[in-house]
Design a protein around this ligand. Structure first.
Ligand SMILES: [Ca+2]
Ligand SMILES: [Ca+2]
Ligand SMILES: [Ca+2]
Length: 333
């Protein structure tokens, strides 16, 4: 068996040489499979202090002796935000290793130091490279931000909390999905699933969204902290449309589109909902509403975010952050 492997290898090596001569590449390079791994030019960031808000670019570059998997892991020291850049090309450059300041999911990065670790998972003997970056300006969101709870309670918002529940904006405890603040509901309500809610409205009129529902996404961060799981707690959304344009929502004659999102685990979830799809239930049937039944985001006048949880499970806690509408694709933190 050993002999056969040797012969196969010799044949492959010969074949590879002939291919090189013919300058044809149609399979794995033998040097990539069996060659020694070395770092020819160190993989480094082009800058270590970056202001994404000002349009600065940050990327890694360097050269390896062969094509092999590499992973550049970025972790926010305060937020715990994470982003991984991966590739397998021996040339690491702006074309395959640029970081735009974004995270894989919530939480997003903040103004903070970011720890970088570069590893080569397929190489038995390889160094780990470490750097620290300083972010002085954040990547700008694309979309219509409804609120990230950074500016306090809006003038037209209303909130509800059960008598044993505390609900409101909390800041500066490094728990936010994005920014410094988020909305927290927590308490024990043994008599009811309902815990607390916040009805978010613009200071005046509608939110000013586009007319088309089909390419519009509603996005929000939700973190279930206590009483967690798909049979234990959920967010109930109400999307209310002012169809007759009188500045008020009438639940008897206008569309209130409801949607339930059940909690999964204790991490931040990025909820992304296509606005047009909100008119359908899980089975694809059109839900019943009291208005014209048309999905009209330009008429959206309020969004209610309601935290509910199983009353038999004791204290329930949920966090909500960063309500933002995006066009054509879901939000990326
Ligand atoms: Ca926030
Ligand atoms: Ca109305
Ligand atoms: Ca409607």
């Amino acid at each position: 068996m050993k002999k056969l492997i040797f012969l196969s290898f010799a044949f492959l090596a010969l074949y590879s040489c002939r291919k090189d001569e013919a300058d044809v590449v149609d399979g794995p390079n033998l040097n990539d499979l069996f060659g020694d791994f070395t770092i020819l030019t160190n993989i480094e960031p082009n800058i270590t202090t970056v202001d994404f808000d000002a349009g600065q670019e940050l990327f890694f570059s360097g050269e390896l002796s062969k094509n092999t998997d590499w992973v550049i892991s970025l972790i926010g020291n305060d937020t715990g935000a994470r982003r991984a850049l991966t590739g397998s090309d021996k040339n690491v450059s702006i074309s395959n290793a640029e970081w735009d300041g974004g995270a894989n999911t919530f939480p997003g990065f903040g103004i903070e130091d970011v720890s970088v670790e570069i590893t080569f998972p397929d190489e038995a003997i390889a160094p780990t490279l470490n750097y620290t970056l300083t972010v002085t300006g954040l990547k700008q969101d694309e979309g219509v931000l409804i609120t990230s709870f950074e500016d306090g309670i809006g003038s037209n918002w209303t909130s509800f909390n059960q008598s044993t529940v505390s609900g409101g904006i909390v800041c500066s405890d490094d728990e936010a999905a994005k920014g410094d603040c988020y909305y927290k509901v927590s308490g024990d309500v043994p008599w009811d699933w309902a815990k607390g809610s916040v009805m978010i409205r613009p200071d005046e009129g509608t939110f000013g969204l586009q007319g088309s529902a089909s390419n519009l996404y509603f996005n929000m961060g939700f973190k279930a902290v206590e009483n967690v799981g798909p049979t234990n707690s959920f967010i109930l959304f109400w999307f209310d449309e002012d169809e007759n344009g009188d500045g008020f929502f009438d639940e008897n004659t206008e569309d209130r589109i409801a949607y339930e999102y059940w909690s999964q685990d204790t991490e931040w979830d990025l909820i992304s909902l296509n606005y047009a799809d909100l008119q359908f239930d899980e089975l694809g049937n059109t839900i019943e509403t009291n208005g014209n039944g048309l999905m009209e985001p330009s008429k959206l006048i309020s969004i209610n975010v309601f935290f509910l949880a199983n009353p038999e499970n004791g204290v329930s806690t949920g966090y909500v952050d960063h309500l933002i509408f995006t066009t054509d694709e879901p939000y990326t933190p």
